[in-house]
Design a protein around this ligand. Structure first.
Ligand code: C2E
Ligand code: CA
Ligand code: CA
Ligand code: CA
Length: 278
């Protein structure tokens, strides 16, 4: 057993070293990616269920890695958050999304809001509102064509501060949405104080619709809550006609998901926007 113990220890330390080494290398790669702007945004359309119009697109980041290929946010966002590199990546995302939407505006396409994900680290930086303002100014995009998606956990970390920040963002004229709604635990009293425009029903409550009675009840409850607070409500992760019909019947305002379109490159959105109705 001594033998095993020593082997295990050797294994353990070697593993630690290599993983620390790996981490450092990955961090270097990410720094290089920021400097070389190896990122690309894909966009996923959001549709108004009443009119059938695409009224917004969510910007979703991908890392075009020179050797590893196209990496998804799950491969690097939490790492970027842990290493503090998310601030620079977030700035890039914000600027790129605003620039792209301005280009669509200038091309005369039907106007859409571009929705950008915000991580906790970004939201905690005091000068962040100025970064948003600067991205708008530099791109020339009107604030009402930008929406920021905040998760409940981002907000609930410090409600007081979050509400203050949200009011400053509201004053800029940007829209605010609460992402992954229902997975965190914002209290109703807190929710009432948030100057947000929409709630996004998390995909986990959508995927088993319409058959799962619990999820059906939760979806209905979120829709009714949103409407009571005079907010729009959008369901994410809609993959089937049946889910869409259930949500429409339950009074949901908007949907996003593979049923409509996967996230696509900017050119794909241009094509979609030229179709008057889906
Ligand atoms: P999210 O904000 O909840 O984004 C929705 C995710 O669900 C996206 O994954 C999207 O591709 C996927 N999705 C959309 N419709 C469907 C569907 O019908 N079925 C299924 N199964 N999936 C669907 P993606 O692009 O891999 O992004 C994952 C997460 O990474 C995002 O979740 C968001 O939290 C984060 N993320 C993405 N881009 C950024 C960014 O620019 N900044 C930050 N901070 N986070 C980002
Ligand atoms: Ca989102
Ligand atoms: Ca507002
Ligand atoms: Ca989400």
């Amino acid at each position: 057993s001594k033998e095993i113990g020593r082997d295990a220890l050797q294994f353990f330390t070697a593993e630690m070293a290599s993983s620390a080494h790996e981490k450092l290398r990955y961090q270097e790669e990410l720094r290089r990616a920021i400097a070389r702007e190896e990122f690309v945004l894909h966009y996923q359309p959001q549709m108004d269920l009443k009119t059938g119009h695409i009224f917004a697109v969510e910007a979703l980041i991908r890392w075009n890695h020179p050797e590893r290929g196209l990496l998804m946010p799950g491969d690097f966002i939490s790492f970027a958050e842990d290493t503090g590199l998310i601030g620079q990546i977030g700035d890039w995302t914000l600027r790129a999304a605003c620039r792209q939407n301005k280009a669509w505006r200038d091309a005369g396409l039907p106007p859409v809001v571009v929705s950008v994900n915000v991580s906790a680290r970004q939201f905690q930086e005091p000068e962040w509102v100025e970064r948003v303002a600067s991205a708008l100014r530099k791109s020339g995009l009107e604030a009402r064509y930008l929406e920021l998606e905040l998760t409940e956990s981002v907000i609930m970390a410090d409600v007081q501060q979050a509400v203050a920040l949200m009011h400053r963002l509201e004053a800029l004229g940007v829209h605010l949405a609460i992402d992954d709604f229902g997975t965190g635990y914002s209290s109703l009293s807190a929710l009432k104080r948030f100057p947000v425009d929409r709630l996004k029903i998390d995909r986990s409550f959508v995927q088993d619709l319409p058959d799962d009675p619990d999820d059906a009840a939760i979806a209905r409850a979120i829709i009714s809550l949103a409407h009571t607070l005079q907010l729009k409500v959008i369901a994410e992760g809609v993959e089937t006609r049946e889910q869409l019909e259930f949500l429409r019947g339950a009074g949901c305002d908007e949907i996003q998901g593979y049923y409509l379109s996967k996230p696509v490159r900017a050119e794909g959105i241009e094509t979609l926007l030229r179709i008057p109705n889906i």
